[in-house]
Design a binder for this molecule. Structure first.
Ligand code: ADP
Length: 165
């Protein structure tokens, strides 16, 4: 019998947006189970801690079956080995994403030749959306309710208000 393939969607998710959720839902149409794996991005100082992002993602995916949210530090390939997975999900929004994503996919394949990166394209209404844009808009007091789930919007407001105090 063919085993059920576990897909892993890694990312910073600082914060998670409706674009990320769109990719999650598309993944569930293709794979029976998904792990959202929150990474420590060594190049970025996050607005939300790993623990907070874990809580946000758990909350906004609580209505979806077959989704697990975890966080990890270290290399993705090492995490994949631990959970015996080889499919990595990444989102492609615009052409400029492609270069970095291709590089990462090839590095991961170099580290483990069995790893397959699956690129999914979100609904076109999310192609301009990024966590950085959402943070920037929120910091300048713009309403971001169109771009993130309500729970994330509230967390953003609280964090920005506390940081300003
Ligand atoms: P990272 O810092 O690892 O790129 P992100 O949280 O910014 O983490 O993104 C995680 C993945 O989700 C990346 O593959 C990114 O291209 C994708 N992604 C981010 N925003 C969107 C969006 N609006 N639509 C589709 N994919 C997205």
């Amino acid at each position: 019998m063919k085993r059920k393939i576990l897909a892993v969607y890694p990312g910073s998710f600082d914060p998670p947006t409706n674009g990320h959720l769109n990719i999650v839902k598309r993944t569930l149409q293709l794979f029976p189970k998904l792990v959202i794996a929150i990474t420590q991005n060594v190049h970025k100082t996050p607005l939300f801690s790993l623990k907070e992002r874990l809580q946000l993602l758990k909350k906004i995916t609580s209505n979806l079956d077959n989704v697990e949210v975890i966080s990890f530090s270290g290399l993705l390939v090492d995490y994949l080995k631990v959970v015996d997975a080889f499919v990595v999900i990444r989102g492609l929004r615009v052409f400029s994403d492609f270069e970095r994503e291709l590089q990462m996919a090839l590095i991961n394949r170099k580290l483990n030749k069995n790893i397959e990166t699956v690129f999914l394209i979100p609904d076109h209404s999310y192609t301009f959306l990024s966590s950085s844009a959402v943070k920037e808009l929120a910091m300048f007091g713009t309403n971001v309710s169109e771009f993130v789930p309500k729970y994330v919007e509230i967390a953003l407001k609280k964090r920005i208000y506390c940081n300003l105090k």
